[in-house]
Design a protein. Structure first.
Length: 147
């Protein structure tokens, strides 16, 4: 089974693929038609070096979500060039805890561990089930964390 370094373009592509294979996500995501940008801050130097990224400790993944399908991803090493109708931001360690299943995505959002930088919390709340399923799908990725 392939292993995917987090956060990398390959990891995001695998997440997109697994979302498309998830009937649960396909059903829960119906009606959602906006891309979401996931911003990862405070990435450890060791991870950035392994990814060949210099000059920043923040990366972003944009998932093009449409009616329960992931239609593709964009990966950004320069987050100033990244935008989407919904922007969720958290530290590397917080995303790591969500992907590892140690932190629930809804409580992370409500506690401010994940910050909604752009978009409507009301709209997101209508898709709570979809966000939980998205987090659960991320738990299934054979993820490699360097630190």
């Amino acid at each position: 089974m392939a292993e995917f370094l987090y956060p990398s373009r390959e990891w995001a592509e695998e997440w997109c693929k697994l979302l498309n294979e998830s009937k649960e996500y396909n059903d829960a995501g119906k009606g959602w038609v906006s891309p979401i940008l996931f911003v990862v801050t405070d990435i450890p130097t060791q991870v950035l070096e392994h990814l060949g990224v210099k000059g920043t400790n923040t990366l972003a993944m944009k998932l093009y979500l449409n009616n329960g399908k992931c239609q593709g991803i964009e990966f950004f090493t320069d987050v100033t060039k990244a935008d989407a109708p919904y922007v969720l931001e958290a530290s590397y360690n917080s995303w790591k805890d969500i992907i590892s299943g140690k932190l629930q995505v809804v409580s992370a959002l409500l506690s401010g561990t994940i910050k909604l930088k752009k978009g409507s919390l009301f709209d997101l709340a209508r898709y709570t089930t979809a966000s939980v399923v998205m987090a659960n799908v991320s738990n299934k990725i054979n993820t490699k964390f360097l630190v």
